[in-house]
Design a protein around this ligand. Structure first.
Ligand code: ATP
Length: 453
């Protein structure tokens, strides 16, 4: 952990997430299930916007990528062949003082001594390997023959379906197969809010290529993925690329970059971009006895394609977007006095609610009717929130706090009462600058669509 940590800031973010309905502890009324989280009404919108945007740029806007949606329950042979059954484990030790189970590489070091992060104890058991996969049984018999696993990554179903997808999509190398979905890891120590969970979502692309293209494509995908984060509002200044040293890389990988983000709790991985060579396809070909090769029409050769994998975490990126957006500044209240305000500066493309619509007064029927017309006008293109309760400044503040980028207010000018030239115009307020501009209602869809695309 190299960047500085900010515990107080993180506490405020966690509290805002609960208070406004982004993220709740799972099974909270029963004391909570450690490592599992539920996304509330705003969290689910934010998460969907992220996944939809990833799918748009990684699949829809490209000719060379197709999608898949694989099963979570996985045949044990798949995970034996991939190496997960044997090797997907973390070294675990127990603290003899407080009995905590700990990941051996997460002890606190002080003056050359390794200490328990919970109690400061120094007395530990020997390290033993703890497999992170969740095992279950399929069907009525709960014995060896019915074992299946919840997938620990989405990638394996892509490799296992490689031949089927190749045949139906008729793609030529290089091409990719993309997937977004849940993955499960029985992490020894879930922590840092959603950052390390036991149930989480991944967005993975397996980009297949000829062996000689691997290293170049590794660089290409690193750059593409950095651009992606910029486009969802995560500033380049808070991202870092770690060129993972030989000793820390999987033995089959010829190069891996970790894209890291400066979270308030330190610099941590958001995504791994790895050149995995032909390891996965070769392993599955060997273990299944089914050919997973590719016939190159030009050279008339059969090869096992190599693969470059950008693998991102949905939950980690959502958390990074929230951390990046969280801002405290000052804004005038209805009396013109400056007050502190909390706002989430989400990129408009990612914001859960795009536009809030307010009639200036709730007891003036023509204002309310006009505001409801505006809601109906905008709804086909975006998420809209209608709010008529409380002073207008308070209503703006509530929207700032959940990151709504635009606010539309219907006032007496809209009714043309003072100046007929202003009939059917509204004020459009920008969340970050708080500047307001007067625009015609009929222009709103075009103006806003452009900004949230
Ligand atoms: P870490 O070192 O943090 O455990 P990893 O290197 O094991 O992560 P990968 O196997 O490369 O992670 O998985 C790809 C991505 O999946 C990660 O970059 C991360 O965004 C996400 N991810 C992995 N484990 C978790 C988890 N326990 N909770 C949330 N997201 C995760």
């Amino acid at each position: 952990m190299s960047a500085s940590t900010d515990t107080q800031r993180m506490e405020k973010i966690v509290s805002l997430c609960k208070r406004r309905g982004f993220i709740f502890q799972s099974s909270e009324i029963y004391g909570g299930l450690n490592g599992a989280w539920d996304y509330g009404p705003l969290g689910v919108e934010l998460k969907r916007n992220l996944k939809n945007y990833w799918w748009r740029v990684m699949v829809h806007e490209r000719d060379d990528v197709v999608g898949v949606d694989g099963a979570i329950l996985t045949h044990p042979e798949v995970l034996k062949a991939s190496g997960h059954v044997e090797g997907f484990s973390d070294p675990m030790i127990d603290c003899r003082t407080c009995k905590a189970h700990l990941r051996a590489d997460q002890l606190v070091e002080k003056k050359g001594l390794k200490l328990c992060p919970n109690c400061g104890g120094k007395d530990f058991t020997e390290a033993r390997q703890f497999n992170l996969m969740f095992e279950t049984h399929v069907g009525a018999a709960a014995d060896e023959s019915s074992v299946a696993y919840l997938r620990p990554e989405t990638a394996q179903s892509i490799f296992v379906q490689f031949k089927n997808i190749l045949e139906v999509s008729r793609k030529k190398l290089p091409f990719g197969i993309a997937q977004i979905g849940k993955a499960f890891r029985n992490e020894i120590n879930p922590r840092n809010f959603t950052f390390r969970s036991r149930e989480f979502e991944q967005m993975e692309l397996e980009y297949f290529c000829r062996p000689e293209q691997g290293m170049e494509l590794l660089e290409y995908w690193r750059e593409e993925r950095l651009k992606f984060y910029d486009n969802v509002g995560i500033s380049r200044a808070n991202l870092h690329v770690l060129n993972v040293p030989d000793a820390d890389r999987a033995f089959y990988s010829k190069g891996t970059y970790d894209i890291e983000y400066d979270f308030p709790f330190g610099r941590q991985e958001l995504e791994g971009v790895a050149y995995r060579t032909d390891y996965d396809l070769s392993q599955h070909q060997k273990a299944s006895g089914k050919s997973l090769d590719y016939f190159d029409e030009e050279t008339k050769e059969r090869i096992i394609p190599h693969v470059v994998e950008p693998s991102a975490g949905v939950d980690r990126t959502v958390l990074a977007m929230i951390c990046e957006a969280y801002t405290e500044d000052e804004a005038p209240n209805d009396k013109g006095e400056m007050e502190s305000r909390i706002l989430l500066r989400f990129h408009p493309r990612m914001a859960p609610i795009k536009c809030a619509v307010f009639p200036l007064l709730k007891n003036k029927e023509p204002l309310v009717a006009k505001a409801k017309e505006v809601v109906l006008l905008l709804r086909p293109d975006m998420t809209v929130f209608y709010d008529e309760s409380g002073a207008i400044g308070r209503r703006y503040r509530r929207q700032d706090e959940i990151g709504t980028p635009f606010g539309v207010t219907i006032d007496f000018e809209t009714l043309g009462e003072k100046d007929p030239a202003l009939r059917d115009t509204v004020t459009l307020r920008d969340r970050d600058s708080m500047k307001q501009q007067r625009v015609a209602i009929q222009d709103l869809p075009v103006i806003l669509r452009e900004r949230i695309r």
